[in-house]
Design a protein around this ligand. Structure first.
Ligand code: ASP
Length: 358
C-alpha cells in the first residue's frame, strides 16, 4: 500500500547501507516480512523517548531475525517463528514474557500459525509453562493430527515435543500485574472501562512472511486480554479469526478478540472478492466502460479496511497486518497506534508506532 511504500522509501535512506542487499530492484520483492506488536492507545505524548526507542529496536530485531531466514532461502514458516519468538521474549509485548494477567492473577498464553500453500495450521490456547507458544502452535501443525490444543494438555504436548518449559513466574512482569490490579479496581467499582484504556491496549504480536518459494505463512501470539476469566479464549489462536494464510494472502490480527472471532476477520480478508465489476448503471453514470483492476495488495487493503470498519460497528477495535501474494504489505487499524514493521529483499526496512507515521 502506498503509505507503507512511502514510509519504507523515506526510511530506506536512513537505513544502514550494510543492510541493503545487492539485488537489482524489481517491482516485486523476492521475499517480504511484516510484523506487529499490537495496537491500542499508543500516543506519542504518553511515550518516553527511551520506551519509543526500545520498542523500535525490538521491532527492528524481530524483522532482522525474519530477514536472516528469508535471505538465505529459508521458509516463511521459519521466518515467522524467528520473529515471533523474539517478541515473545520481550516484556514490552503481550505475548510470552510480559503477557497480561488473567482475573486469577495467572498468565494464559495463546498462539496460532498457518501456511498458505497447504492450508496446514496449528494453534494452542491457555498455555502456562511453555516459553514460546508460537513453537507449540507450530508443533501442533507439524507433529500432531490436530489443529488446536488447549490448557494443561497443550503444555504436556509441548513438553513431549521437547519445547522449553518454564516456571509460570517467568511470564510475570510488574507492569502487567499493576495493570490487572487497576483493571480489577475499575471493574469492582463498576466503572465503564474503555476498550482503548491503557490497561486494555492490545500488545499481541504477529508476523506474516512470503519466502522465495512463494509461500506465505502467518502467525500470532498473545497473552489475551487483562482480567480475562472463565478460561476465555480470544481470536489469536482461532484460525480464520486472528490468523489466516492462503495462496493470495496472510493476515495476523490484534484487538478485541470476540469481535474478530464473530467476523472471522483474517479469513474474510484473505477470501473477500473486492474486484467485482461495478454494476452497469454505475458505469453508465461514470460515463465510462473502462475498469482499472485493483492490484492484489489494493484489493487486500480494501478488504482489510472493510473488516476493521465492521469490527468498529460491533463496538470492537484493533488492527491487522498482512501480505499479498506479491509481498506488498498492508496495515489497517482504528487505534491511535500500532507497533509494526516491514522489510523486503529489495532492502527496505521500516518500523512505525503512531498512526501519523503512515
Ligand atoms: N486479540 C487478543 C485477544 O483478544 C488481544 C490482543 O490483540 O492483544 O485475546
Amino acid at each position: 500500500m502506498s503509505l507503507l511504500i512511502a514510509l519504507t522509501l523515506a526510511t530506506a535512506a536512513a537505513t544502514d547501507a550494510a543492510d541493503h542487499h545487492d539485488e537489482a530492484p524489481t517491482s516485486e520483492p523476492r521475499w517480504s516480512i511484516v510484523i506487529h506488536g499490537g495496537a491500542g492507545t499508543i500516543l506519542r505524548e504518553n511515550m518516553s523517548a527511551e520506551k519509543d526507542a526500545e520498542i523500535r529496536a525490538a521491532l527492528d530485531a524481530a524483522l532482522r531475525a525474519g530477514e536472516a531466514v528469508l535471505r538465505d532461502g529459508g521458509s516463511s514458516m521459519d521466518a515467522v517463528t524467528a520473529a515471533i519468538t523474539l517478541l515473545e521474549d520481550d516484556p514490552n509485548f503481550n505475548a510470552g514474557r510480559g503477557a497480561v494477567f488473567t482475573w486469577e492473577g495467572t498468565n494464559s498464553l495463546d498462539a496460532s500459525i498457518m501456511r498458505g500453500d497447504t492450508l496446514e495450521a496449528g494453534a494452542v490456547a491457555g498455555l502456562s509453562t511453555t516459553r514460546h507458544p508460537i513453537l507449540a502452535a507450530r508443533a501442533v501443525m507439524e507433529d500432531s493430527p490436530h489443529v488446536l490444543l488447549s490448557g494443561e494438555g497443550a503444555d504436556t504436548f509441548a513438553t513431549q515435543k521437547g519445547l522449553e518449559q518454564v516456571d509460570p513466574a517467568y511470564f510475570y512482569t510488574q507492569e502487567r500485574h499493576d495493570a490487572l490490579i487497576r483493571y480489577k479496581a475499575h471493574v469492582e467499582a463498576q466503572e465503564q472501562l474503555s476498550q482503548l484504556d491503557i490497561d486494555h491496549k492490545f500488545g499481541t504480536v504477529g508476523a506474516v512472511a512470503l519466502d522465495v518459494h512463494g509461500v506465505i505463512s502467518a502467525g500470532t501470539s498473545t497473552g489475551g486480554m487483562t482480567g480475562k476469566r472463565w478460561g476465555r479464549i480470544g481470536d489469536s489462536p482461532i484460525i480464520g479469526a486472528g490468523t489466516y494464510a492462503n495462496d493470495r494472502c496472510g493476515i495476523s490480527a490484534t484487538g478485541t478478540g470476540e469481535k474478530f472471532i464473530r467476523l472471522s476477520v483474517a479469513h474474510a480478508i484473505c477470501t473477500m472478492d473486492v474486484s467485482a465489476t461495478p454494476p452497469a448503471e454505475e458505469l453508465a453514470k461514470r460515463g465510462t466502460t473502462l475498469i482499472i483492476p485493483l492490484a492484489p495488495h489494493q484489493q487486500l487493503q480494501r478488504a482489510a479496511d472493510h473488516l476493521i470498519a465492521r469490527v468498529g460497528e460491533l463496538d470492537g477495535s484493533g488492527g491487522v497486518i498482512g501480505l499479498s501474494s506479491t509481498g506488498a504489505p498492508i496495515y489497517s487499524f482504528d487505534t491511535p497506534g500500532m507497533y509494526r514493521g516491514h522489510s523486503t529483499s529489495q532492502g527496505w526496512r521500516a518500523v512505525a508506532i503512531y498512526k501519523d507515521e503512515e
